[in-house]
Design a protein around this ligand. Sequence first.
Ligand SMILES: [Zn+2]
Length: 455
Amino acid sequence: MPLSEQPVATAVIRSRRVVLPDGERPADVLVRDGKIEQIAAHGSLLVGDAHLTDLGEVALLPGLVDTHVHVNEPGRTEWEGFATATRAAAAGGVTTVIDMPLNSIPPTTTVDGLDAKRKIAEGQAWVDLGFWGGAIPGNTGDLEPLHEAGVFGFKSFLAPSGVDEFPHVEGADLEAALTEQARIGALAIIHAEDPAVLEAAPQRPGTHYRDFLASRPDDAESAAVARLLDTARRTGARVHILHVSSAAVLPLLAQARADGVQVTAETCPHYLTLAAEEVPDGDTAFKCCPPIRDESNRDLLWAALAAGEFVAIVSDHSPSTPDLKLLQKYGGSGDFAKAWGGIASLQLGLPAIWTEARKRGHSLSDVVRWMSAGPASLVGLTGTKGAIAVGHDADLVAFDPDGVFSVDPDALHHRNPVTPYAGKTLTGTVQTTWLRGRVVDVDAEPFGRQILRTR
Ligand SMILES: [Zn+2]
């Protein structure tokens, strides 16, 4: 019997700081058969034959749900693979990963592409794993079969994606994709940058971060979001804006919501914790699209988070090999225009956000809402994931909110030792991760399951 099917010992996990949906308090959590069976007053559960873990002042959080991860396998496994990505996830307190449909070859734009991924991921996932599909020009007929096969929705790009096998959609293609997704009830998730604005922006290749930032202006995001919202209004599609970097899109989202458009948005740890002012010239570990912007913009993103305008903070973990990043440390040119765009941070999202959130007066409950409950609701997993609640999967994280560590890229589990957080001191350490009641050991056999859309 595979480990994932074997019974799990009954356990009581006790902490002075259990983060529940209605706030943080001392509690005992009883776990049986991989589910949370009971939540009781701290110290009140008779342990009997159960295994007791007393965390003391270390907090107990629900496992994080990261709905934006580029695993890249098969096809570009040298960038990242299922084993390395899901080990990094588990070590970072993430217990559910939803994989993006591109950078793997084939992309997840057909049922065959999905099957290829599911087959190769079998037996190498340390956390639970689901899949997004992709909507590209010409695959409208593939969307319903993919939806039926259990993908959580469909990603499209409004500007070139960076890989040839995943072209972007414009005009009639966008209209067709959203019309079909409205018909079948799928969630459209969108990379919103406008190709015309990008083309018109000043292009000065080189090592200066300011030049790169000028080549991907705020207008590129707001123009694309405006166009998308128009199409969503017309087609009735449910849309989700991926990795919002520019606060300029926030008023557009608010207006669309007021008009009854079904739109949600996410942002990422790098937009909330890093800033253009601190990006060293030539350090292409910081390159991503849309780009990390100024501190003043970052403050506006935090204000929007506090106001509930983002449903989720997710990693957009999108690594590549160090040579494609053109890192100077590895003999590369450090040219921001030519380097692969993507931030590797799957293992670091929780401490990165907690470090900054705490400084800004936010609680662990806020972090859990943004990184666990919110993303779970985005993909329809509320009820099994995203909360410490009776009947939910016992996906749990022991998190020391006062633990401090310095980021050593070589000590991270993702495949290539590249991250913009290298050398940073972060607050908050993941001590133990449980998946369906069982402690995850990244050096032992994996027992993550593949999960499919249920509604
Ligand atoms: Zn992405």
